[in-house]
Design a protein around this ligand. Structure first.
Ligand code: SF4
Length: 486
């Protein structure tokens, strides 16, 4: 049996897809890149923004259109959790639905679909309303079912099957759901409140990932810094990170922290980050805006002094730290003055990396109902101005790396456009996978993905660095060929 799995959305979804894949592989399913060769088609959807919802629906519709008679099509993930009924209505060829905290039941779902038994689906069916679900559809999890948000603990906290490690890096999800009240965000409405995994289960998974080849663990959750609150132990992230560092051996080089909530960054966390050598001096702290008035309407922490204080402490404790943040521009009621406040804030802090989105009014969120929605052309114009401001800052930050030797994790090989010359693609501690830049080493080939080497940095661009490998063997046990410089 073969499966074809498409993952949309963020790294948290990727973690679930990795888990789904492991379960399928353990059950003798084999992956295939070609839809027509698969028996099982799975789309792990994203439902965060209206645009991501539409992308998920369109991928499902396309798969449904090409689906053959013997094939089974499963929609999984956030969009299913957010609005399973809409998925079924718009993609009638879907055979099964799998909510975000039920991915570990994928085999049971497939079994139910195959056997054509739908006793269980009927239980859910009544919860969703008979008109909304076709009787043949097997269903595990749905947005409208309170039963799902109250999932039995074991369904989420059970030991995660060891997921594959790609290019020496693996995501490690420590919790799901979110307690924050951000007015623009749909996540708490369909993921529910924060649910932290037990510390021991996470540490066990970290150890297994390192054994499977991970040199980097990327810690993800909706809010990583709120870890433990629901377990009666708020601010447990420092303890968790310490345990991960202590229980793993020296093969683990970087523990990278994503999605920190400014109100939950503590002095203990900064101290652990600064004193545990395995924790990369890198922090992703999405701030969403830099003007207190906009932040208040966003229902976000609006005391900018707190952010300035965090940044000062982080930089004092880790002078080489790379700080990443994300902003939303064009939030309802954002005046030119408020936008200028954001630009001033960006100028003052000088983040190493900035991501930005234009505001998207998500149905059901308080922000969507706010008056003074910003016109699209104003959003686009402000987005462009923000990125234009940030680019020289990012460039300066990258130029400051020239002359240094950085340890990098090799991601693969490419070619220099035009010349065909080989190009080694790697990342330093300053770059998170998929969202940040790369370290490029022209003329280098023959280094396996997932290996760590030392690179002397001799060039900088806005997003990427350029360098030349110095040390060819760091934690390299399997490489057959030495690095070739051409
Ligand atoms: S902290 Fe992030 S996930 Fe939580 S509500 Fe705010 S934007 Fe959404």
């Amino acid at each position: 049996m073969k499966y074809h799995l498409v993952t949309l959305g963020c790294p948290k979804n990727k973690v679930d897809s990795d888990g789904i894949e492991m379960l399928l592989r353990n059950a003798d399913y084999r992956p295939t890149d070609r839809q027509q060769d698969a028996d099982v088609l799975i789309v792990n959807t994203c439902g965060f923004l209206e645009a991501s919802k539409e992308e998920s629906i369109s991928v499902l519709q396309e798969m449904g259109r090409r689906k053959r008679k013997h094939q089974v099509l499963v929609a999984a993930g956030c969009l299913v959790q957010r609005n399973g009924a809409e998925v079924l209505e718009r993609v009638p060829k879907v055979d099964g639905l799998l909510g975000t905290r039920r991915w570990m039941e994928v085999l049971q779902l497939l079994e139910q679909i195959r056997r054509g038994k739908n006793r269980r689906s009927l239980e859910r069916y009544t919860l969703l309303g008979e008109a909304e679900l076709a009787p043949s559809v097997e269903f595990l999890g749905a947005s409208q079912t309170p039963a799902l948000l109250g999932d039995p603990a074991h369904a989420f906290v059970m030991a995660t099957p060891r997921p594959p490690v790609t290019a020496g890096s693996a995501y490690l999800k420590i919790s799901d759901g979110c307690n924050a009240p951000c007015a623009f965000c749909t996540i708490p409405s369909f993921k529910g409140k924060l649910r932290s995994r037990p510390l021991e289960a996470i540490v066990d998974e970290a150890v297994a990932l390192v054994d499977a080849g991970a040199r980097e663990l990327v810690i993800v959750a909706q809010d990583t810094t709120d870890y433990g609150r629901d377990l009666g132990a708020p601010n447990s992230l420092p303890r968790l990170l310490t345990a991960i560092c202590q229980r793993t051996d020296e093969r683990l080089r970087w523990v990278r922290l994503m999605y920190a909530y400014p109100g939950h960054v503590s002095d203990e966390l900064i101290e652990v980050m600064a004193t545990q050598p395995k924790i990369a001096p890198y922090l992703d702290m999405p701030l969403q805006h830099g003007d207190p008035r906009t932040l208040r309407r966003m229902h976000r922490p609006s005391k900018l002094e707190m952010v300035y204080d965090h940044v000062e402490k982080l930089r004092a404790a880790m002078p080489d730290i790379a700080l990443r943040t994300t902003f939303i521009v064009g939030y309802p009621g954002e005046t030119e003055e408020e936008f200028q406040g954001l630009l001033d804030f960006v100028r003052a802090i000088e983040f190493d990396k900035v991501g930005a989105f234009t505001f998207s009014p998500e149905p059901g969120t308080p922000a969507a109902a706010l008056p003074d929605q910003t016109p699209d052309e104003v959003k686009q114009e402000r987005y462009a101005r923000l990125m234009e401001l940030q680019q020289p800052i990012s460039l300066r930050k990258n130029q400051a790396q020239v002359g240094k030797v950085l340890e990098v994790l090799v991601e693969g090989e490419g070619e220099i456009e035009g010349s065909g010359e080989p190009l080694l693609l790697a990342r330093s501690y300053r770059d998170a996978p998929e969202i940040d830049g790369l370290v490029l080493a022209p003329g280098v080939r023959g280094v396996q993905r997932g290996e760590m080497i030392q690179v002397h940095i001799n060039g900088a661009m806005e997003y990427d660095l350029v360098g030349e490998p110095l040390v060819t063997e760091v934690f390299s046990s399997k490489r057959a060929t030495p690095i070739a410089l051409s």
